[in-house]
Design a protein around this ligand. Sequence first.
Ligand code: MUC
Ligand code: MG
Length: 373
Amino acid sequence: MSPEIETIETLLVDLPTIRPHKLSMTTMACQTLVIVRMRHSDGIEGLGEATTIGGLSYGPESPEGIKLTIDRYLAPLLIGQPSSNLNALRARMDRHVRGNSFAKSGLETALLDAQGKRLGLSVAELLGGARHDHLPVLWTLASGDTQKDIDEAFQRLNDRRHCDFKLKIGANAVDDDVRHVSAIKRALGDRASVRVDVNQAWDEATAARGIAALESAGIELIEQPIPAREYAGLTRLAERFIVPMLADEAVHDATDGFTLAAAGFSDAFALKIAKAGGPLGVLELASVAKAAGIGLYGGTMLEGTLGTAAALHAWATLPEMAWGTEMFGPLLLKDDIVAEPLHFHDFGVDLPQGPGLGVTLDEDKLAHYSRQD
Ligand code: MUC
Ligand code: MG
């Protein structure tokens, strides 16, 4: 008889960042992880994480909202159901709860972790098998200060931790941003690639001006320059410039991916398990991208180790991603809630080994950082 899902617990975990992380829509001094603990009748516990950025500033699900959605709406749909049929459980969640992909991603991750532990297989093996065991990882320079960002970049390069950098822009006037980015690119020269993420801050005309200047400064990739739903505008910018556009907030799941591709967009997609409702959904989007010849990038919501590991298992099953990954979330946090950190070295990270996600909790740290109210 198939084991059943018995209990689902959600915890809000507040972890300080190593420095303020400045994005166009918020400055983060702390990251809140929503941790999922799912216990099954065979004694197995599956772990998951559903994490967003800056409360409601990145998207429509907040940490507190994710916890409430799981506790009140999604957990009752899953409790008492057979644990092993992930396809049936995903369909059940989608039939009764619209949207809320971040909450669903945390639950799908916990189901995959439990099934992997049950069968003695890693999540990547459950998803068809890993093609890589070490994945490239970029670092985001977002201190808000040009010289500090340059110093940080050289430190990361010299430690052989990162050689690709993403700069968060859009909070300042476009000319100031262009000066900031160009100075960093000039300092790094050919030693590193530099990309920017505007997080939707520009209108199309500002974007055209900013991108022209960034392209001549040698910037490699322009992430989400204009609002998420302006598909036609993003496609126009992609056609107008040689430097590619990376769709992030514009592309959540396979349906968005198809819509963008059908509109003529052919540059690159930022995959994130949270946006797609979990590892299975994000691989559906990857298939659409592959069919449309769109480049892939392994994106993060600045998750802790659990969420980062879940994404790494998905990325490991794909052919080499054209733009690598940004799975550095745990490195931005002063501490974490796991027993063994991920191993970052040689400009990338190792895929965690062992059954399920290959990650175990440090119960003392989890208790220490969990929100009490
Ligand atoms: C985003 O919009 O891409 C990813 C890296 C980072 O620094 O912020 C995130 C969010
Ligand atoms: Mg982004």
